[in-house]
Design a protein around this ligand. Structure first.
Ligand SMILES: [Zn+2]
Length: 355
C-alpha cells in the first residue's frame, strides 16, 4: 500500500468491520446467502466470522459433526456469497473451553473422552452461570494431552482449506477448567503458562497454514484488578499469559456491559485488537467512539506502526440463531435481545467515518 493510501485509511473506515454469525441450518442457507449479498455490503461489513464449531460435515473427522451440520456444498454456497459481497470469511471453532453446554457434552469430548481436562466435572451439575461462579461452566480439553493436536488439527486444516481462509478464530473464551488439580499432565502447573503454551502452539500451526489467529480477550485480562470479574475477564490466573503469547494474534475484546478501556491495553501490549459489542447499542457506540478517538490521534506520518493503528476496528457479536437475526434485521421477527438494534446503530455510525 502506498503512503497516500495509508494516510487515507487513518480517517476513513476501520480496516476491520466484522460480524459474527452462527452457522445456519441447511434449510436456511439460501436466506443466509441472500443476507450476505444484500445486507453486508450495504452495512459496510467487510468480514464475516462464522461460528462453525462442530456444525460441519468434516471429511477428516466425520465423528465431530453435530445434527444439522453444514455440507461442503452448502459451505461453498456461503463462501461464494461472501466473495460476491466482497466479504472476508473467517471460520471459528472453540478449541479449549466450551466443550459442553448446559446438558450435553459436545462431539470432541464425546468421541475422545481422553482429552477431557476434568472428567469428574460434568453437566448439568454444576451449571451456575452467575458472576460469582468462577470454577465451572463448561468442559475443557486438556491442552497438554498428547493426542489433542492429532485429533483437532485435521479438522482445523480442513476448514481452512475448504474456506481458503487467511484467518481462523480459535475461540478460547470463558475457560473455567484449566490446569485442573486432578489432571495428571496439568495439575499443579501455572495456569497462565499452560494457557500461553497452548495459544502459542495453535498460533504456530495456524501461521504455518498461512492464517492469522483470532481469539477472544477474556482470559488475558485480570478480572480482579479490573473488577471485570469472571466472564469478560479471568479470575483463575490465566491473565499473565498476555506477556508470554505471540503478538501477531488478533484479540477480539468482547465487552457487553460497558466500554471498558481494555482495547487500548491490548494495543499497548502490542496486539491488533477489535472492540466487540453485542446487545446494548449504547455500549457499542461508546466502544466505537473510543476506537475512533484513539485511531484519530495516532501519529499519521507513520501510522501503520502506531499503537493507534493496532485498534483495527469493530466486531459485532451475535450469539443467537442467524435465522432470527436475519428476520429481525428485515423487520420480520422480534429483536429479542437488542443485538440487531446494536448492529444497525453501530454500522450506521461506522459508515459516517467515510466522511
Ligand atoms: Zn491437563
Amino acid at each position: 500500500m502506498c503512503s497516500a493510501q495509508q494516510t487515507a485509511t487513518v480517517t476513513a473506515l476501520f480496516p476491520v468491520r466484522a460480524l459474527l454469525l452462527s452457522t445456519p441450518d441447511p434449510q436456511d442457507v439460501p436466506m443466509f446467502c441472500d443476507f450476505i449479498r444484500d445486507a453486508l455490503p450495504k452495512e459496510g461489513v467487510n468480514t464475516l466470522v462464522m461460528r462453525i464449531n462442530y456444525k460441519y460435515q468434516f471429511e477428516s473427522r466425520p465423528e465431530l459433526a453435530v445434527h444439522n451440520a453444514l455440507s461442503k456444498e452448502n459451505l461453498k454456497k456461503i463462501l461464494k456469497a461472501c466473495k460476491d459481497a466482497g466479504v472476508r470469511f473467517i471460520p471459528k471453532m472453540n478449541l479449549l473451553g466450551h466443550q459442553s453446554d448446559d446438558v450435553t457434552i459436545l462431539p470432541l469430548l464425546k468421541n475422545y473422552p481422553q482429552l477431557d481436562e476434568a472428567p469428574h466435572l460434568n453437566p448439568p451439575v454444576p451449571w451456575i452461570p452467575v458472576n460469582t461462579m468462577f470454577d465451572f461452566y463448561s468442559k475443557s480439553v486438556c491442552p497438554r494431552h498428547p493426542d489433542l493436536f492429532k485429533i483437532i488439527f485435521p479438522a482445523i486444516d480442513e476448514l481452512i482449506d475448504v474456506c481458503g481462509a487467511d484467518a481462523f478464530h480459535a475461540g478460547l473464551d470463558e475457560v473455567w477448567i484449566i490446569a485442573d488439580e486432578k489432571c495428571p499432565r496439568c495439575g499443579g502447573a501455572d495456569k497462565a503458562e499452560i494457557f500461553a503454551a497452548y495459544v502459542t502452539a495453535l498460533n504456530n500451526h495456524l501461521r504455518e497454514k498461512g492464517c492469522e489467529m483470532w481469539m477472544w480477550s477474556d482470559r488475558l485480562i485480570d478480572g480482579k484488578t479490573t473488577n471485570l470479574q469472571a466472564w469478560q475477564a479471568s479470575m483463575n490466573n490465566t491473565h499473565k499469559a498476555i506477556d508470554i503469547i505471540p503478538k501477531d494474534i488478533m484479540i477480539c475484546d468482547w465487552k457487553y456491559e460497558d466500554a471498558a478501556p481494555t482495547p487500548a491495553y491490548f494495543a499497548i501490549k502490542g496486539f491488533n485488537v477489535l472492540a466487540c459489542p453485542s446487545n446494548k447499542a449504547a455500549v457499542g457506540l461508546a466502544q466505537l467512539e473510543m476506537v475512533n478517538a484513539i485511531r484519530k490521534n495516532g501519529n499519521r506520518a507513520d501510522f501503520s506502526k502506531t499503537i493507534s493503528n493496532r485498534m483495527q476496528g469493530m466486531f459485532h457479536t451475535m450469539w443467537g440463531n442467524s435465522r432470527d437475526f436475519i428476520l429481525a434485521y428485515y423487520g420480520k421477527g422480534p429483536d429479542k435481545d437488542g443485538t440487531v438494534d446494536t448492529f444497525k446503530k453501530l454500522f450506521s455510525e461506522i459508515r459516517k467515518l467515510k466522511k
